[in-house]
Design a protein around this ligand. Structure first.
Ligand code: NGO
Length: 548
């Protein structure tokens, strides 16, 4: 199997950080047809055969409806402008995002125009007539004269732009100049998600990933219309988020990782940078502070958090279930309240994940007592609790979300929680955990729930997966990536590609669209784009990769 070493190039060298620097030219009126391209290079000659054969339906996740048109394709040319709705900052941000995405490869100016859309423009519009597509849906119409994306909100426009990226030749994803033509097949796509909650998870505790590595993963998940990134910020091996008043959590608890490396942590400023970057990519961060178990890093940092008052040493192995906050001590709740208050204040999103898994060193009675104190704290600080499914036994209030990570298709506590009205997030470990090996010989990964092939990751229906849990109780799906064996971006990519896009499709596409033979073909169509982006993916033999 191929796996390259960590690449040395900047992990997100052409990302919307550049947005801030982007020069957006706004014309008061008129089109840009006569405007000179903004870049100094002459527009590339559009010579050579058109090798781009993508069809309108070659999109992941599969859109709700696709109607190809045999008419001539739309073509981005040197004078193409991006028309953005006047007076809507968010929609204009999406326009700038598209502009910044396509400038490096096309070398076109792609100037933003808020006047009358011109012939040959890409037109982004917000329009109440698409209400039935919800906030996240969009309608894309492509013909020779115009490419238009219409939605009710900037979120829908952003999703439409992700579709457009996939319909362009893969070389559009390059960060260096390439030759066109830049054609998009004609027709209409009408699209909206099946589930609101489409999530990926990155464990930054077992191995620490810095801000740039997290941004790179945000770029990758956003392409597949994933809209939440759950960050597993604390565990036995490391505490990764600055908390005022508890400096040793990071100076000591953040100082190592699995295998004994240096670890690391995010300052509040760095965490804010991640949150902001995620927001630019339509991704909401869900922070997780895992408790009462998985807390050795905190217990090692503050002796008073231990029932016996003694701080254990730092831990760099991969066992689970041996640590617990001290349920009977008052200081425990002062600590937890401080942490939740600060993490809630740093997090604009609705959810705060409190872990709750594998508390094997806490009695059931203590576990319930702990959760009965902590759950109201989350709500008091304005957030909706989310927790691994064990916490369902503590009967969190109806608004809380329960994340199923088991490997079986029935779980009575989860079914009861769904009955009580809790939303269920599905990440069954034998399907959705992208930290599992692909096959017994895969060099990286765990195997306790696997191995998990690409087909196994894809071939299930979230709506009927759990016995006695109706489709209506499912909030969505998540692809967790625990990082016991994963140490850098190449390794993240090797595990996540192609299984993360599989979970993304389960979260977005309607059940009628879920079809393995179509999916594997569309996956193969993504390979060229991944290569352009420097994404190191696993060349599963189940997928007909080009050149195989
Ligand atoms: C389990 C466990 C984690 C491991 C992971 C590895 C959950 C929710 N708790 O998932 O501590 O890292 O498996 O796959």
């Amino acid at each position: 199997m191929k796996r390259t070493r960590e690449s040395t190039r900047s992990p997100h060298s052409r990302l919307p950080a550049a947005l801030a620097l982007a020069t957006t030219v706004t014309l008061a009126c008129g089109t840009l047809a006569s405007a000179a391209p903004q870049t100094s290079a002459p527009h590339p000659e559009e010579h050579g055969a058109d090798k781009h054969t993508s069809a309108l339906s070659d999109v992941i996740p599969a859109p709700t409806s696709v109607e190809p048109d045999r008419g001539a394709k739309f073509r981005i040319k040197w004078h193409t402008g991006i028309h953005a709705p006047r007076g809507n900052a968010e929609a204009n941000r999406v326009a700038r995002y598209l502009q910044q995405r396509l400038r490096p490869s096309t070398r076109y100016g792609l100037l933003i125009n808020r006047g009358t859309p011109g012939r040959g423009d890409i037109v982004l519009s917000l329009d109440g007539s698409e209400q039935r597509l919800g906030e996240a849906g969009y309608r894309m119409n492509v013909d020779k004269k115009r490419l238009s994306i219409r939605a009710t909100s900037s979120e829908g426009l952003f999703n439409g732009v992700q579709t457009l990226r996939q319909l362009l030749p893969a070389k559009a994803e390059s960060d260096s100049p390439r030759h066109g033509p830049w054609k998009v097949p004609a027709g209409e796509i009408v699209d909206k998600p099946r589930f609101e909650h489409r999530s990926a998870m990155l464990d930054v505790a077992r191995h620490f990933f810095d801000v740039d590595q997290v941004k790179r993963y945000i770029d990758q998940i956003a392409q597949y219309k994933i809209n939440y990134l759950h960050l597993h910020l604390t565990d036995d091996q490391g505490w990764r988020i600055q908390i005022d008043g508890w400096p040793r959590l990071t100076s000591h608890g953040g100082s190592t990782e699995v295998g004994g490396g240096d670890g690391g942590y995010y300052t509040k400023r760095e965490y804010a940078e991640i949150v902001d970057y995620a927001a630019e990519n339509n991704v909401t961060i869900v922070p997780e502070i895992d408790m009462p178990g998985h807390t050795n890093a905190a217990l090692s940092s503050y002796a008073e958090l231990n029932c016996d008052g003694k701080a254990p040493p730092l831990y760099t192995g991969i066992e689970v279930g041996f640590s617990s906050l001290c349920v009977d001590k008052e200081v425990t709740y002062r600590f937890v309240d401080d942490v939740i208050r600060q993490v809630a204040a740093m997090t604009p999103g609705q959810y705060l994940h409190i872990g709750g898994d594998e508390a094997h060193s806490t009695t059931d009675e203590d576990y319930r007592k702990f959760m009965s104190e902590v759950l109201p704290m989350v709500e008091k600080h304005g957030k909706t609790p989310l927790g691994w499914h064990e916490y369902a036994q503590a009967e969190p209030s109806k608004s809380a979300m329960v994340q199923y990570w088991g490997t079986t298709r029935s779980n009575s506590e989860v079914a009861e929680a769904a009955d009580r009205g809790n939303d269920i997030l599905l990440s069954p470990a034998n399907k959705a955990y992208v930290d599992q090996k692909y096959n017994p010989d895969t060099e990286l990964g765990l195997d306790w729930a696997g191995p998990t092939t690409v087909r196994q990751a894809y071939d299930w229906n979230p709506g009927d997966f759990l016995e006695s849990v109706p489709d209506s109780a499912i909030a969505g799906v998540e692809a967790p990536l625990f990082s016991e064996t994963v140490t850098n971006s190449d390794e993240i990519e090797f595990m996540a590609f192609p299984r993360m896009p599989a979970i993304a499709e389960l979260g977005w596409s309607s059940p009628e669209e879920l079809d393995w033979s179509s999916f594997r073909r569309r996956l193969a169509g993504q390979a060229a784009s991944w290569q352009e982006q420097g994404i190191d993916f696993y060349r599963s033999e189940q997928v007909p990769w080009p050149g195989n």
